[in-house]
Each structure stands twice: as C-alpha cells, then as structure tokens.
Design a protein around this ligand. Structure first.
Ligand code: PLP
Length: 380
C-alpha cells in the first residue's frame, strides 16, 4: 500500500484532498513521493512564513529538545519569558500581557472567555464572512461551517464588514467583544476599512465591550507589517495569533491590554507555552526581524500586483493584495483553476467559491514568484 492509500485507509476524511503525498519541504518548495516539485503558495495555510524546514528553527528545536521539552505554566521558564517579551515588543501599543496556547482557534476561544470573564457579558459581534476557528466558542464567532453543530453560543450577531451603521446598531450592553479580522482571510482576502476599524475601537470603548483583533492569518509579516493592525493604527484590547508564530510548530497566543482583567484560575492549557514551541517561536521572530520579512513581503507583494495587473487575465474580476496575502477574485468558480495551477507545479488555496488565494512563504525567491505569475496567467 502506498503512503497516500495508507492515510486514506485510516483517516477520518474531513479535508477535501488533492491526491498528492507531500514528503519534503524546503523554503518555498515542496516535493511529493513521486518526485514532483511544487512552488508552495499555501505555506501550510499561511504558516510557513519563514519557509519550510527553516534550518534556524530546526536548530532551535533540536537544542531545546535536548534541554527541556515540557514545563507547565505553574513554573516560570526562560524560553517562555523571552518569547512573551518579543511578542509584546512587536505588538500594538497597549498590549502588555500574553497567554500562550496551541492554535488559532484556541487563541480565539481564550479571547472569548477572557472577554466574558472581564465584562460579565456574553454577546459577540463578528463580521459576515469572518473566520475565527472551529471549536464551539470560536465557531460561534465564525460565519460558515456552523450548521452541523448548532446550537452554538447564543446572543451573537453577524454584521456586514465595513458598514459602520450596522456595527453601531449591533453593539449593546450585552456585548462582551467585537471580534474582527483586519483583512478577512478564509472569507476571500477582504480588507476592512480604516474608518470602520477605528469606529469599532470607539464604539467598544464607549459601550464597555472589548475589541478583539484576530491576526491569526495576517500576523507575522504576512501583509507587509509585523502585524496587519499597523496598517490601520489600531489599538485592540486583545489580539489573537497563531499560524506563522513558530515557523510551523503548533502555537497560538492572545495578547491582552489593560482592560482585560480576567486572571488567575479562569483559563489554562497543558501544552500552551511549552519550551519547545517557545524556542521555535523565538527563532522564528528573530529570523523575521533579521531578514526584514515585513519589508520583503511588502515589496514582493506590490511587484506581484504590478506584474499581474499589467496584463489582467479576462477571467479575473479583481485582485486584492496586502504584502504576500493575495486574493484573486474570479468571474467563475476557483476550484478548476486550483487544479490547473497544481498541474503547472503551483499550490494555491481557495478563499470562498470564486477566490484563488496565495499565501507563499515570505522568503520565496523572486524567480519563483515570477514562475507563479506566469502559471497564473497561463491558467487564468
Ligand atoms: N482565525 C483566523 C483568522 C484563521 O485564518 C484561522 C485559520 O485559518 C483561525 C482563526 C483558526 O486557526 P487554527 O486552524 O490554527 O485553529
């Protein structure tokens, strides 16, 4: 039995598969067991921002694995403290405390709990097309993938992104948090407007709710800034992080401001902040800073846009791009194009039915990005 068949035999199939068995990755390249090579514009769904199998992370992991793998939150740990300091150094003004967990959905789950415990309220206001994860709390804030799991948390309202009036009408004295992505990822690479986010900030302050910004997909240099909130001069009460944080090792984090007062005894995690993930995250953040990956994402992203738009294919309705977070809105369904791109050696993602999404490693070589553009033009 080959390895793909082996997985098919045993896996509970929750993912639509692409029929490829990936066995190795380096930088922006992936290889399958039959020797095919791909340029990876999925990056583990926006995770491998510093490239696959980055040696700096591999070394940090090996060193830490031989030193200390496990250290629960009841003890302090050197790597954990170092990571928390690095996160706060890069965070928007006002975020001062860190809670560590193991994924994006866990970070949103924790933020919801902190918001409830802080405000004594339960209502959430979130955006249509927003994606915040799949545990029952985080799913309650997510627009799709809900039907099979109802009833979820009650008292939530979904508002259209960028409509200040509807947002204003939705936030009331039962709202514990407004949870927003500054650029919706799964929902189609759709940016929020600065005035909308600023209005959300103002309304939350006025009405005693907390503003939670979900930077799980947009964080860690992806959009041309260390955190995408910088594009919008935004100061949230909490920020949710995961994906690119630890170079591919599972980790999530919530950064909290002074209005978040929920503390000892309200939440926890066995693996959250384990020294292995913290060592990987410290190495990842250092790598991003040393290699100016935010600037690199910014300049490669605008080069991509210029080249792509110079001769926009007829099947394209709109290009939405911030750094190396790229959404190509098509006039038709995206799936056949994703398959055609795969045949050209380029792995891309959908983001809703008609959007091809590209989230390549921020270390991608210019030549590889040119190849991606050529493949896109051919296929589209
Ligand atoms: N929030 C956002 C904005 C995401 O894009 C995702 C995942 O795609 C999540 C939360 C959930 O993260 P995870 O899959 O690590 O649980």
């Amino acid at each position: 039995m080959n390895q793909a068949a082996l997985e098919s035999e045993y896996a509970l199939e929750v993912y639509p598969r692409r029929g490829i068995n990936i066995v190795r990755g380096e930088g922006a390249r992936l290889w399958s067991d039959d020797g095919r090579e791909f340029i990876d514009c999925a990056a583990g769904v926006g995770v491998a921002n510093i490239g696959h199998s980055n040696p700096v992370v591999a070394e940090a992991l090996a060193r830490q694995a031989q030193t200390l793998l496990v250290c629960p939150g009841i003890f302090h740990n050197d790597r954990r403290g170092e990571l928390m300091q690095k996160l706060i150094e890069h965070a928007p003004v006002g975020l001062e405390k860190v809670f560590l967990c193991n994924s994006g959905t866990e970070s949103v789950e924790a933020a919801i709990k902190f918001a409830r415990a802080t405000t004594g309220r339960t209502g959430l206001v979130t955006a249509m097309r927003g994606f915040h994860g799949r545990t029952l709390g985080a799913l309650s804030a997510t627009f799709k993938y809900r039907d099979a799991f109802e009833p979820l948390l009650s008292g939530n309202s979904f508002v259209p992104l960028n409509n200040i009036e509807k947002l204003e009408a939705a936030i009331d004295d039962s709202t514990c948090a407004v949870i927003l992505e500054v650029i919706q990822g799964e929902g189609g690479v759709r940016p929020a407007k600065k005035e909308y986010l600023q209005a959300a900030r103002r309304l939350c302050t006025e009405r005693g709710a907390l503003l939670v910004i979900d930077e799980v997909q947009t964080g860690f240099c992806r959009t041309g800034r260390f955190f995408a909130s910088e594009h919008f001069d935004l100061a949230p009460d909490m920020m949710c992080l995961a994906k690119g944080i630890a170079g591919g090792v599972p980790m999530g984090a919530v950064l909290c401001g002074e209005r978040v007062s929920a503390g000892i005894g309200v939440h926890g995690s066995t693996f959250g902040g384990n020294p292995l993930a913290c060592a990987a995250a410290c190495a990842t953040i250092d790598y991003m800073v040393e290699h100016h990956l935010a600037d690199r994402a910014e300049s490669l992203g605008s080069e991509f846009s210029q080249q792509f738009l110079a001769e926009q294919p007829a099947s394209v309705r709109e290009l939405r791009q911030a750094g190396l977070m790229i959404g190509i809105e098509l006039k038709q369904k995206a799936t056949p194009f994703l398959q055609a791109l795969l045949e050209e050696g380029v792995i891309a993602l959908p983001a809703g039915p008609t959007v091809v999404r590209l989230l390549p490693p921020l270390t991608i070589e210019e030549d590889d990005l040119d190849r991606v553009i050529r493949a896109l033009k051919k296929v589209l």
